[in-house]
Design a protein around this ligand. Structure first.
Ligand code: CP
Length: 334
């Protein structure tokens, strides 16, 4: 049994197999390939794309999805080992995972960090607790990485650029009213370096460096794939000659859990918005984003409504890549 919790655990060739399968599924979307199969989707946080694309995807292949929102329509779940459960949560992940494994063939989990202590959140303990007890494959629907988004991101790059090797990918920080998860930024540099791209991470200040694990993994993967990985605080250097601009906002890890201080640090960097002037420095780059995106905060209307913007293509690709992934994990191969 294999989980899909991080692309780091899968080889480039395995990931490419899923991307190729997604390409085929786009032109033949409806089948009975997963007839009789059921998936459980545990959402601890809101979603539009992830929920809709998984539900629609399994429906198109003859299966069924059960969406559970612990603490809302389902009992609240305790994830800590050895907890004395005298608080709000009614059941432990040990029973939840084992019971869902008796009913379903795959469990998806979305569990964002708690934004209190990065040393705790960086261990992805909620996801680890689920994989410890699950007896069916587990899919990470975004915790501190977003591997399903990574697949859609790379499918979209390959749709528009062909082979990604050697192409310049800019992963740029943008301003946002509150400190957000680093997951998509971690995932952006992981997937770009895995597929041989020349990846530049653009940050407004050294405080916005990603966690060292992701920086080191990106460096290692770039070396293995023939790509490159660098970090800059220089806007022009970041955008110059880029083939692809990928934008995301995230909170400064040194001020994790201290949002008021972090807001003061972030305030001078509103100009990191993706706009037409910055895009004009690129080599006719495409622009994408995982969505949701606040217009005229992270990117201007002009960029979002330009032919360069392929964020909606990337959102569509969530459907195709997750269908390919479900076939891989539940259907005996894609
Ligand atoms: N990109 C993404 O995961 O979108 P949702 O948060 O709407 O699922």
């Amino acid at each position: 049994m294999r989980h899909f919790v991080s692309t780091v655990d899968w080889t480039r060739s395995e990931l490419q197999g899923i991307l190729d399968s997604a390409h085929r599924l786009r032109s033949a979307p409806v089948s009975r390939a997963l007839e009789g199969k059921t998936i459980a989707l545990l959402f601890l946080n809101p979603s539009l794309r992830t929920r809709t694309s998984f539900e629609t995807g399994i429906f198109q292949m003859g299966g069924h999805a059960v969406v559970l929102e612990p603490g809302k329509g389902a009992w609240g779940i305790e994830f800590k080992e050895g907890a004395v459960m005298d608080g709000e949560e009614e059941e432990h992940i040990a029973e939840v995972a084992r019971v869902l494994s008796r009913y379903t063939d795959l469990i998806g989990l979305r569990a964002f960090p708690l934004f209190q202590d990065w040393e705790v959140d960086r261990e992805d303990r909620v996801l680890s607790a689920l994989t410890r007890y699950a007896e069916v494959p587990v899919v990470n629907m975004e915790t501190i990485v977003h591997p399903c988004q990574e697949l859609a991101f790379m499918r979209t790059i390959q749709d528009h650029l062909g082979a990604p090797d050697g192409r310049k990918l800019l992963v740029t920080w943008t301003w946002h009213p509150r400190p957000l998860n680093t997951a998509v930024a971690n995932s952006g540099i992981l997937m770009g370096t895995r597929f041989g791209m020349q990846v530049t991470l653009l940050i407004p200040d050294e405080a916005y460096h990603l966690d060292p694990y992701y920086l080191e993994t990106a460096k290692r993967q770039a070396k293995e794939s023939g790509g490159d990985f660098s970090v800059t605080t220089d806007l022009e250097e970041g955008y110059r000659d880029a083939d692809w601009v990928y934008a995301k906002s995230w909170g400064a890890l040194p001020l994790y859990g201290r949002p008021d201080e972090e807001a003061r640090l972030r305030e001078p960097f509103r100009h990191f918005i993706v706009d037409e002037e910055k895009m004009s420095l690129t080599r006719g780059a495409h622009f994408s984003h995982c969505l949701p995106l606040r217009r005229n905060v992270k990117a201007t209307d002009g960029v979002m409504d330009s032919p360069a913007c392929v964020a909606v293509d990337e959102a569509e690709n969530r459907l195709h890549v997750q269908k390919a992934l479900m076939l891989e994990l539940m259907g005996g191969g894609s």
